[in-house]
Ligand binder design. Structure first.
Ligand code: GAR
Length: 184
């Protein structure tokens, strides 16, 4: 798994994977581009190996991508799960692994880092969650599954984010569980 922030999504996956047999998979490592983020603390608390590859430690993005890819590869993952990982991966990295992401909107609507804010600003009546394969674009890869979440009157970014994330966690966990079964 790769994460950059709070790690509540990563936590939901760790909780499900606590029973690897019924989950169908094992979390072999958790990595980040933000050293010391809460997501890594959550992984460490579960005894999952963690790593940090920060962009500022490298001369440029190409080297950062290379080191990140080599580090991921060292764990030989069948699937790379993005859980609030907020950086764009280079095309070479995307091609090297099977990578999935969860995004808090009904793609192709509202891609990018401010999906909830953008949905509210556009006056959307519904938004949701998209689980998708990661390709070279920003939130453009093939859709695996989508879940609709209503926007209600007086919603602000915090209330809508909370509603989306409450729906997103079990939805992402289920999608990962199904992919684990297909892969094995
Ligand atoms: C999740 O809602 C995820 O969909 C979103 O970041 C949140 C991570 O929360 N990802 C994106 O917006 C990717 N474009 P968390 O740090 O608490 O897991």
């Amino acid at each position: 798994m790769l994460a950059s922030g709070r790690g509540s999504t990563l936590q939901a996956i760790l909780d499900a994977a606590a029973d690897p047999e019924s989950f169908g998979g094992q979390v072999v490592a958790a990595g980040t581009d933000v050293k010391g983020c809460a997501a890594m603390e959550r992984a460490e608390a579960r005894g999952v190996p963690t790593f940090a590859v920060e962009l500022r430690d490298f001369a440029d993005r190409a080297v950062w991508n290379e080191v990140l890819a080599d580090t991921i590869a060292s764990f030989q993952p069948d699937l790379v799960v993005l859980a609030g990982f907020m950086r764009i991966l280079a095309p070479d990295v995307v091609r090297q692994f099977r990578i999935i992401n969860t995004h808090p909107a009904l793609l192709p609507a509202f891609p990018g880092a401010h999906a909830v804010r953008d949905a509210l600003a556009a006056g959307a009546e519904r938004t949701g969650v998209t689980v998708h394969w990661v390709d070279e674009g920003v939130d453009t890869g093939p859709v695996i599954a989508q879940l609709e979440v209503p926007v209600v009157e007086d919603d602000d970014e915090a209330s809508l984010t909370a509603r989306i994330q409450a729906a997103e966690k079990p939805f992402y966990v289920k999608a990962i569980h199904q992919l684990c079964q297909e892969i094995t």
